[in-house]
Ligand binder design. Sequence first.
Ligand code: AMP
Length: 406
Amino acid sequence: MKILVINCGSSSVKYQLIQMDGPEVLASGLVERIGEPEGAITHKKHPGQPDEWEIELTLRMDTHTAGLTKVVELLCDPKEGVISKASDIAAVGHRVLHGGEQLYKPSLVNEEVIKIIEDNIPLGPLHNPPNLQGILVAQKLFEGIPQVAIFDTAFHQTMPPEAFMYALPYDLYTDRKVRKYGFHGTSHKYVAAQTAKQLGKPLDELNAITVHLGNGSSMAAVKNGKCFDTTMGLTPLAGLVMGTRCGDVDPAIVSVAAEHYNLDFAQVDDLMNRQSGFKGVCGLNDMRDIHAAIAKGDKRAKLALNMFVHRIKLYLGGYYALLGRVDAVVFTAGIGENDSISRRLICSEMEHFGLEIDQERNDARSREARFISKDGSKTAILVIPTNEELEIANQTVEVLHAESLI
Ligand code: AMP
């Protein structure tokens, strides 16, 4: 069975076609700069395999429909394609940011699901519209093929009220559903399940802190296999210091920034989402560039890294306090999987918590799930490559089973 996973952004589409027995990635790619004069598609066939094949196309794509139509052409190409026709795909799994409190379980897309995603645009103004667009386009291109929505918030729905409520007038919760939702749920869920496997423990007995560090970063306190708290909030702006997002700040700063730069609320939101984080502090938003700048003596870059580490340590300590027993701290995503320097700094002087990193294991490069703690460390430290696409595909298959579609 083949599942196509789609993650639609405002001007981009990430996709992966997965053969579920295996599982094996048949093709993957990225459509970029939709709506701009020069768009691009990078399409890989059998990524990561010895027979990998890649094509980079530059073309104008005015709409998501144009971009996805080209993707279907590439997937079905008579010479280099991996399927012969669109209907060879069993289902399309869509990453969707926000279904609010109404909808978080993986769901077969129907009119009601579409309406809920639409109704929750105020909670996910940057992501929900393109996510919805992706669903509508895929419904046309893959006519009659089930579409499944997988929500980024799902894993965090088990948080208790004391974790998800904000200390604001209660009406904001009852009238506007203002509460913590949490994001990167698919990644935290996948990584927690893999951690249980690595530790040889049933998932429902696992206490872990999952640390997803990428362009967007978040952490989750996982208690008995379920999310107990997480760092992102109503939107993905809260919590850790990120590439371009500020994470936690004193809320009074919103009006100070508005006054200082003469901005309205939407512009302050943009400032905090796109012009802050590492970029705001040192002008760079990519961790590799930050390390390169530090090596050249850039003090602001060093400050950005120190702030990133400091905030993660604060949450690590907090989550130890919430969980009591922590079986594992697990790093994932671009920085978490690749950056041994960040991991070393985050785990330094944590021995009193029972967290002891092994420098040699930490420095060894690998794409596999691995332990980087010393033998005998009370809390295991692991690096587990996240695989959100596979998790979305698995959940899509579960929905097909539940709906008796396979
Ligand atoms: P993601 O959003 O998961 O793709 O992660 C993107 C982040 O991972 C960027 O800040 C990259 O600089 C960072 N990253 C990717 N590879 C490396 C690496 N080898 N060393 C340090 N950071 C990396």
